[in-house]
Design a protein around this ligand. Sequence first.
Ligand code: FA5
Ligand code: MG
Length: 444
Amino acid sequence: MLQTARIFPSRLFVRSCIPGSRRLISGVSSGLSDQLEILGVRYPTDAITNVTPAILSKLSLRLHTQHAHPLNTLRSLIESHYPDFAHLSSLSPLVTPYKNFDELSFPKDHPGRAVTDSYYLNKDLMLRTHTSAHEVEVFRRGETKWLLTADVYRRDEIDGSHYPVFHQMEGARIFSADASGMKECEENNAWLAQQLAMSNIVIEDVPHISPTNPVQPTHDPRYSELVARNLKLSLNTLMLKLFGGVAGSNSQNPLRVRWIEAYFPFTSPSFEVEVYFQGEWLEILGCGVVRQATLDTAGVSNKIGWAFGLGLERIAMILYSIPDIRLFWSTDPRFLSQFEHGKITTFRPYSKYPSCFKDVSFWSPKDKPLHENDFCDLVRDVAGDLVEDVQKIDNFVHPKTGRTSMCFRINYRSMDRSLSNDEVNGIQSQVVSRLKDKMGVEIR
Ligand code: FA5
Ligand code: MG
């Protein structure tokens, strides 16, 4: 794999936070320096291990199943829109890279595989980056209509709408690839079209079959068209259910949804859905006609169908007016007590506490330039949810030495209390010493 050649030093985080022989971190114990214990099972580490205690501590939380949590209510609401689908929500987040990528036809050099983008326990096991990782196994079980909700993990920037753990819901439906299956699809399309006809929803859709987004060569174009129509109708009726009642959407001001062309290695044609909300187009899901190779691998070659993957936090932030993605992880009663299971209510923000900005500038090692995601993960591991966002404010290469200088600005702010200067200084100095010790940078 592309990234195995890189030396990633973060596994040292796991070791270095275990002074002495054994320490438990929210159900994660790592007693032996070359092993990780997760939810009671030991896994060997290797040169690409990059999971951190901060990330591993999230594995057992499963917010999408917590009573009255907004993500759980949203899951139930979407499940109720697909009452005759199987509803799955307890699959393990630990998957092989084969399952997360290869089984879904990802090319060997796809950037998502890199250790800078994904979390690896070792070269054979990773944290799923999307719920599509389970497509083959669920189709193989014989499910033909299903929804699957799960926590997914990505190494990413830090700001109000990005968190290294978020929740996706995968939905899929497959039909027999013959006249009887297409009759079932057509009947369902007619029924769904009728549901939409009376609604105040404006759907912007243009034909998206282009040379770069083609019908698959093994598909009868009429079948692919019917399935894509079923996908779009199924999702448009869901959008109406979710957003139809959102403030500002009425007959003068109808909800606007648009379909745009997209690319995923495991669907063709592929699309994304965006919703116009508060003056901006917001991407909420990706989808498409399932690549036949996926169905062949799952042993259901005689089927044709669609799949989608939507981001629950993105939708919940709109529906509940939740302004910061970190809030979903809050255990503060002022957050949690606002919600009742099954009800969507507008979040009432409690006080916003002051920010504290700290900059750090350093020279990156010449042979191993620091990736922005490595920096963010280090800060997240030290500061947890006390970091609100991280921005790279300077980056230049010294013309003579060829070394790269970077400057990052970290915004520390708690959602629950005021931070003292001493506390922030203490955190910042831990960030700086880890940068020096584990990343080999030279502080400027
Ligand atoms: C996927 O993950 C595909 N597996 C979706 C898919 C499924 C396509 C089935 C085709 C068939 P993408 O990376 O775009 O695609 O993520 C899907 C959705 O997850 C996004 O539209 C967005 O709503 C949400 N999402 C993605 N990244 C983040 C993030 N960092 N924070 C919060 N939500 C995110
Ligand atoms: Mg996307």
